[in-house]
Design a protein around this ligand. Sequence first.
Ligand code: DX5
Ligand code: ZN
Length: 214
Amino acid sequence: MKVAPSILSANFATLGEDVKKVEQLGADWIHIDAMDGQFVPNLTLGPNIVEGLRPITTLTLDCHLMVQEPERFVKEFAKAGADYISVHIEATNHIHRTLQLIKSEGVKAGIVINPGTPVSAISAVLGMVDLVLVMTVNPGFGGQAFIPETLDKVRELVELRKENGYQYLIEVDGGVNGQTAKLCREAGVDVAVAGSYVYYADDIKKAIDSIKEA
Ligand code: DX5
Ligand code: ZN
């Protein structure tokens, strides 16, 4: 499994160094959580952070937009240097148009489902996405407990990909640690996001390895 440390749990006073540190210790992607205080009850990072990090790392910048009507911000994230832009099905009335917009910017398009949203809600667009992000916690905060039932959706997505020849990667986000990473890998996850488990670890390399080699 690939690992994408979430900089939500990094030290913002030394953000660049915190990104370089996980890059050197084996991180595959960098996960950037944008929250608007409306779709989720928290405020965090915007395109300016992506722009600031772009020149200092060659890792894939994986931008997770937890914002209402994410279509309003796609162009800015693309211009800032995002590699993936992922939007929640629950946050827009125009998911197809939004995914098209992301792709037209030359960026890989991801779709995200909350723990309460079934895979059937996104079945119409599975053929056009590069990434499906299955939330394994309710979005808004780092450090929450993993919801194991969400892995049924990962298994369903693995099946659908096989049956239909779809190309998407399957990512999970929230509550990933050395133990839950094993469950994710068994279910068929390709990329695991981990914030607090990586950034609060005494031994960051060990934490990263425990997910990659779960
Ligand atoms: C939650 C965010 C996550 C968060 C995960 O809304 O989308 O990316 O940083 O944090 P942990 O790994 O601590 O659950
Ligand atoms: Zn996230």
